[in-house]
Design a protein around this ligand. Sequence first.
Ligand code: C2E
Ligand code: MG
Ligand code: MG
Ligand code: MG
Length: 277
Amino acid sequence: QMDGNAELAEISSQMFNEVLLRRRMDIEFHLRKALKLQEFKLVYQPVVEIHTSRVVGLECLLRWNNRHLGHVPPTEFIAIAEESGLIHEIGKWVLREACTQNQKWQKAGLPPMFVAVNLSRKQFNDCRLSLTIAEILEETGLEPKYLELEITESLSVDARLASDTLGELKKLGVRIAMDDFGTGYSSLGYLRDFPIDKMKIDKSFIKDLQNQTVNAVIVNTMITMAKHLNLLVVAEGVETEEELQALRAYGCRFVQGYYYSKPVEVQHIEEMLVHLI
Ligand code: C2E
Ligand code: MG
Ligand code: MG
Ligand code: MG
């Protein structure tokens, strides 16, 4: 009886792995053609200054809708784009699209806002990254101060390379934000070693900020530390009034999350800005 169960478990685990592998292959196959077929679009989520309720920037988030697979979330396809090397072309498209769009908004007379672009670890390890970004800024005419690059803590083991690349990017005049802060393995080392401008507190810390929870202590301490290090600080994933009030009390200046707005499609941005301000 026991052997039978073990055998069954073994078979179902094999089937499970095959399904996963199949899905991965399907995604990679369709991902290869996604740029050409114009299947990507960007949505934008506002970053709001708490004490003025002003939208100071927009983070762009990639969306992929494929004819066969339907909507595939970035948490699923970005990893596959990285492993297959497709992330370089996709990442360039995102950068160019976001800069072009921000320049359009400014030309249309919207209040000046930065656009934040997520960079993958792989893009960051590319030694031509700063050149590519300089070219995109030149092409689109966007002032560097209106571009922010979000990097994660799982960056690169090669600290020297990372440091050089960051130095070049800083020279261009763009801002560097550390995304998902607190979830990586060497958060504090990154703050010490790299020229970071902004800390984005990961959304997993923003739950249950009331009543002296562990999260409350951690978030409060992160904000204090950011201030002492002269870093801008944003709390991600703010969903409720209570969370906002707690963050305000801790002296957090910027927030992002469903409380103010979900990520919005380009054609609804102006409408959203009017309602928010
Ligand atoms: P991220 O950069 O940390 O982006 C924030 C994620 O949290 C987004 O998920 C956003 O939709 C979600 N979010 C925002 N506010 C709230 C909230 O109040 N509550 C909750 N529960 N979630 C909230 P999304 O769009 O699914 O993106 C997931 C991740 O995929 C991003 O995390 C980022 O790491 C990656 N990603 C997205 N677009 C790109 C891209 O263009 N390039 C690269 N390399 N990565 C990307
Ligand atoms: Mg981000
Ligand atoms: Mg994040
Ligand atoms: Mg993330």
